[in-house]
Design a protein around this ligand. Structure first.
Ligand code: PHE
Length: 448
């Protein structure tokens, strides 16, 4: 056991850990999904649902993952295996899921880098059709994807402290500063109130439309889930690099709080500007790569704010990518005693290779489909709708009913503070969270 632990890194303390964990959670979901989904599915009401689920679903699950990680001081598979061999499959699901996600996430990361490049060289960025041409072309997006993966690999080779922690500690505050700058610009534009209303005014019509209400609630659950990157072994892996005296309850709340704050700020940065220029609100890649560049181009100092915005998107994507790669890498370091450099290069290389196909599936290889989806979309469906919920469901059942709330309490109380919410936590992790995840899972499959 001890031998296994040698060569593992550790965070210098709570701050580095919180920054890295928040960095893993804050990503494209906060930026391109939350503002739009919140706006069209209930505004202020959606936000209330979101906050409730962040409390009853987000905090207990993330805390559980952290407790498992810190207790075992092992990667996701090793952590489950060391407690109960039969449950190793949960770790396998998680690591497989992280592997698949990074393979296509990196493709999107590449698009972001390409936009930064375009802003820096003064190229035209506001032509929506050019984005479609770029994404479906055979060479350019592949090169940018490989570049994004290379940056991720370099950080992870740097190790837990010198790579991940240092990078997160610098970049995350920078991300906040940049975002707040863009928020200020956005809400001071004429007509920006409409955007804030879109986001924050509760859509009371929902209350008399049961179907829309349920949709909004399920969407809010799914968004909490995806936004906190639950069910991927990230909090287990990062938690395994924590020293025993840190207060993981407090750290969990901080991470969930930062992620939520970031989603709200992203909404306030994006929607007021979109409305101010009379554009249709959208979500997903279309919002970031088509609508926003056009919006930035039409505002004073737009090139500057556009560049700042894409740089912050890059930071958000990079810190998530680092976490995904670390989840996979740490398994090979712990289990096969590979050197960090070897594990990172081999696994990053494999993901890069798969990502090449994901990128090409939007162009030259679009004829190859799985269940009617191209490879890129199919990978997203498999991870978001199937693997993540299943792994998180299994994590709740494992922690709540096999490892036990008593063991979590022991781990949480190592910092010397009582686990005051123990009973509530126990109820949530044993019964509420599994039920809600099952609902997300079924609704996600039905909804396609
Ligand atoms: N949590 C990230 C976000 O909100 C998305 C993500 C999910 C990143 C899974 C990595 C893994 O964008």
């Amino acid at each position: 056991m001890d031998k296994k632990k040698t060569g593992r890194g550790h965070f210098t303390g709570s701050l580095g850990f919180v920054m890295a964990a928040a960095g893993s959670a804050i990503g494209l979901g906060n930026l391109w999904k939350f503002p739009y989904v919140a706006g069209i599915s209930g505004g202020g009401l959606f936000i209330v649902f979101y906050l409730i689920f962040a409390l009853v679903l987000g905090i207990p699950i993330m805390l559980s993952e952290m407790a498992v990680g810190r207790k075992t001081q092992l990667n996701a598979i090793g952590a489950f295996r060391s407690i109960d061999k039969k449950w190793s499959f949960v770790g396998v699901l998680e690591i497989a899921c992280a592997f698949i996600i990074l393979s296509y996430y990196s493709v999107v990361g590449g698009w972001v880098m390409k936009y930064i490049g375009s802003y820096l060289t003064g190229a035209n960025v506001s032509d929506g059709a050019a984005f479609d041409t770029f994404v479906s072309s055979p060479v350019q997006p592949v090169i940018w994807h490989l570049l994004f993966m290379a940056v991720t690999v370099v950080v992870v080779i740097g190790g837990v402290q010198k790579g991940i922690e240092t990078c997160s500690k610098w970049l995350l505050p920078l991300l906040f500063v940049l975002l707040i700058g863009v928020v200020v610009r956005s809400v001071t534009l004429p007509g920006s109130m409409e955007g804030l209303k879109f986001l924050f005014v509760p859509d009371t019509a929902l209350l008399s439309d049961p179907k829309a209400l349920i949709d909004s609630i399920v969407l809010a659950m799914g968004q909490v889930f995806f936004s906190l990157s639950l069910g991927l072994g990230i909090a287990i892996t990062y938690g395994s690099y924590l020293k025993k005296d840190t207060n993981i309850t407090k750290d969990t709340c901080t991470v969930v709080g930062l992620d939520t704050l970031m989603a709200l700020l992203a909404g306030m940065a994006i929607m007021p500007a979109v409305f101010s220029f009379g554009m249709e609100p959208t979500g997903g890649p279309g919002l970031i790569f088509k609508t926003l560049p056009a919006v930035f181009d039409s505002m004073p100092l737009g090139r500057f704010f556009g560049l700042a915005f894409f740089f912050l998107v890059f930071i958000a994507a990079l810190t998530s990518a680092i976490a995904l790669l670390e989840v996979v890498t740490s398994f090979f370091i712990d289990t096969f005693h590979w050197r960090r450099r070897t594990a990172t290069l081999v696994m990053g290389g494999l993901m890069a290779l798969i990502g090449v196909f994901a990128s090409l599936s939007m162009g030259p290889l679009s004829g190859f489909t799985i269940g009617g989806m191209n490879l890129f979309d199919a990978m997203g469906f498999l991870t978001d709708k199937i693997l993540m919920p299943l792994a998180a469901l299994a994590t709740c059942l494992f922690v709540g009913h096999v490892w036990g709330v008593g063991k979590v309490t022991e781990e949480v109380e190592r910092c010397g503070k009582r686990f005051a919410i123990r009973r509530v936590y126990g109820f949530l992790i044993r019964w509420v969270a599994p039920t809600l995840i099952a609902v997300i899972f079924v609704m996600g499959l039905i909804g396609g």
